[in-house]
Design a protein around this ligand. Structure first.
Ligand SMILES: Nc1ncnc2c1ncn2[C@@H]1O[C@H](COP(=O)(O)OP(=O)(O)OP(=O)(O)O)[C@@H](O)[C@H]1O
Length: 340
């Protein structure tokens, strides 16, 4: 069932639409991550759903009910923003209990719930600790427990792990995912970090200039970016102009095979690095640099023609900078994109 529905939501500041006719649905128990570069309108979209920003046009429906005129505290949404989330002068328990006390819960009732939430976020018994004594990751968990405390029907996260270092972020993303699925929480999160979005979300929504550039499962978006913008935003660099016909594309790198059924004509072409394969004969390149990625190596190759190519290869097979190599292209890793 649909919990949240946005219909043609537009927010204008002056004559600029920073959110532009956005339609979006979030199903119950679903985690949707809105992803996009800085300034694409992600936070503004969240603020509209929360009731912190009135839309200039369009409707926000929660559980089928139009939220026009419904104030923030009556929408039943939980909010967790990236900074200054915690009250520094309250202890951990006081922070988590805040929303419950405001709602008028009795002390024994909320104390039990606070204890259960702190267990859930991996901080059992931390009620009496001072906020200042917590690490960044612990503070993030307390903020999460506080947002979850009043059992919001929709939890909204704005750059939830933005301040944390990568290792901690990766661990917390996995924990959050488990927690949301155990609790059956419906989540709308915004982030500019594609790794975070792809790890957390059932569905990702990529925004560009206030509009939805693409929506789909992480796998769909990753495998079939809808445009050069989305491809580049995901970090893919191998995008060139191409003329597609008869199962191949004429590109600055020469002929590149494309998947069967690809659209023909003047297009843009994405070759994922995994589809640039070192082989005995093909496009001659010089290795410019290589970066170890743990499970594989990313190579930056200077081809005899066309722009620099990014390739991936196994650790053991990695050539060194300055080496001459030849590459061929694997059609399953090639995506024909619309012309720019
Ligand atoms: N109250 C406001 N008045 C005028 N312009 C605003 C206001 N709030 C936001 N904007 C502008 O709207 C655009 C979108 O802002 P928003 O914060 O929604 O983007 P974002 O995608 O969340 O970016 P970031 O990732 O940097 O937080 C920005 O250009 C911003 O400057």
């Amino acid at each position: 069932m649909t919990l949240l529905r946005l219909e043609g939501v537009t927010v204008r500041f002056g004559d600029r639409a920073v959110v532009d006719a956005v339609d979006l649905e979030v199903a119950e128990h679903e985690t949707v991550c809105v992803l996009g570069p800085s300034g694409s309108g992600k936070s503004t979209l969240l603020r509209v759903v929360a009731g912190l920003q009135p839309p200039s046009a369009g409707r926000v429906l929660l559980g089928g009910a139009d939220q026009a005129g419904v104030p923030v505290h009556r929408r039943g949404v939980g909010l967790m923003f990236q900074d200054h989330q915690l009250f520094p002068h309250r202890d951990v328990g006081g922070n988590v209990a805040f929303g419950l006390r405001v709602r008028g819960s009795a002390k024994p009732e909320y104390e039990e719930r606070v204890a259960r939430l702190l267990d859930l976020v991996g901080l059992p018994g931390a009620q009496g600790r001072a906020v200042a004594s917590l690490s960044g990751g612990e503070q993030q968990r307390v903020a999460l427990a506080r947002a979850l405390a009043p059992s919001p029907r929709l939890l909204m996260l704005d750059e939830p792990l933005g301040q944390l270092d990568r290792g901690l972020r990766e661990r917390l993303v996995v924990e959050l995912q488990g927690l949301f699925s155990r609790l059956g929480t419906t989540v709308l999160a915004v982030t500019h970090d594609q790794g975070e979005a792809f790890a957390l979300a059932d569905r990702v929504v990529v925004m560009r200039d206030g509009r939805i550039a693409q929506a789909g499962t992480p796998l769909e978006v990753w495998q079939r970016p809808a445009s050069e913008f989305v491809a580049r935003f995901l970090g893919f660099e191998n995008v060139v102009p191409a003329t597609v016909s008869g199962g191949a594309a004429a590109t600055p790198w020469g002929k590149v095979p494309v998947p069967a059924g690809s659209p023909e004509g003047e297009r843009r072409l994405l070759v994922r690095p995994a589809g640039v394969v070192l082989c005995g004969a093909g496009l001659d390149c010089v290795v410019e640099s290589r970066t170890f990625r743990g499970t594989h190596v990313t190579l930056s190759l200077r081809p005899e023609a066309g722009p620099v190519l990014e390739a991936e290869c196994a650790l053991a097979a990695a050539p060194a900078p300055g080496d001459r190599v030849a590459v061929a292209f694997t059609p399953s890793e090639v995506v024909v994109l619309p012309a720019a």
